[in-house]
Design a protein around this ligand. Sequence first.
Ligand SMILES: *Cc1c(COP(=O)(O)O)cnc(C)c1O
Length: 391
Amino acid sequence: MKGFDYLQEQLDQMKDEGTFRELIPLESAQGSRVQIKGKEVIQLSSNNYLGLTSHPKLKLAAEQAIKEFGVGTGSVRTIAGTLKMHEEFEQKLAKFKHTEAALVFQSGFTTNQGVLSSILTDQDVVISDELNHASIIDGIRLTKAARKVYKHVNMESLEQALKETQNYRKRIVVTDGVFSMDGNIAPLPDIVMLSEKYDALIMVDDAHASGVLGNNGRGTVNHFGLDGRVHIQVGTLSKAVGVLGGYVASTQTLKDYLIHKGRPFLFSTSHPPAVTAACEAAVDVLLEEPSLIETLWENTKFFKDGLTKMGFDTGISETPITPILIGDDAKTLQFSDLLFDYGVFAQGIVFPTVPKGKARIRTIVTAEHTKEELAEALNAMERAGKELNII
Ligand SMILES: *Cc1c(COP(=O)(O)O)cnc(C)c1O
């Protein structure tokens, strides 16, 4: 069919530049070892922090929900698609997050779009860290609010932005809780202090902190002892929680408002029963099996220490997200390919996801990895790293 030449040209250019990516299908369930292209490899690229994608309690909850309630809901939440279990899960989530209320969206991405696009007008301003996630950036694009971007985790830059925006009706400071490419944690105590000083709202996106940081994985707000001082906590149910979805944990007022104005909530069908039941089981697992989070952090330390001892540059990471900084795009992809040959799946992240010259392999260890698997992965890293003169 004719008509897409203008797109094909761009794809061809991406192929010339080596930035065209094929999707890489898994031939097995997600896990510490997966099968790709007929080969069993150690998975270091998933967000499955706690191994919950295959946890027996989640699978059982999903199966039972399908048996009793079927596979779909047939409507958006606001018309005929709210099941009792949706509301029960939101209550459980609010209690878990120590907030008055919680509201679930279809994904973390749509949560950021729904929240930012609905609560701000042209009388308001949003103040955003320059390395915030794409879904925050897109959420901001959907508002008529003015925007200020402050330098990454730079509190002087944030304060400057707060000083320059004192004439707006509402100001909201937005940050990732954990930054997904470098694995560093936002300096929330300082952000909260400054936002309180200048009377701004605060929104934290804990996609990479839900199930990872804080008591039982409650997130960065709880990790820093800031419960009750952050107006909006966004999180995902698709990473450590192991299933699918996004949520806002906040006040009843914001929840009620979003039910009326949050466009993805209003205009896109609600989660199937299996998803909601599995998410609910995941919160139980977080409460009942804190050892999973302990193992995740032990594994993180073991793996990071191993990489650092070998001489790899792991940047400013403080979490299970451990980048191996290489710099050159082509060399990064070559390193990733070599790792695959040696039995490790660790995707390269290159321009435009990260700036030119900042290409990296991004690894995330999980609670599911055994020490033997991590040692095997480290051996592969050492071998490939030496071969390419990275270490
Ligand atoms: C992954 C991520 C999201 C998107 O969450 P999904 O549930 O996968 O849509 C949003 N924000 C941040 C910071 C993320 O890392």
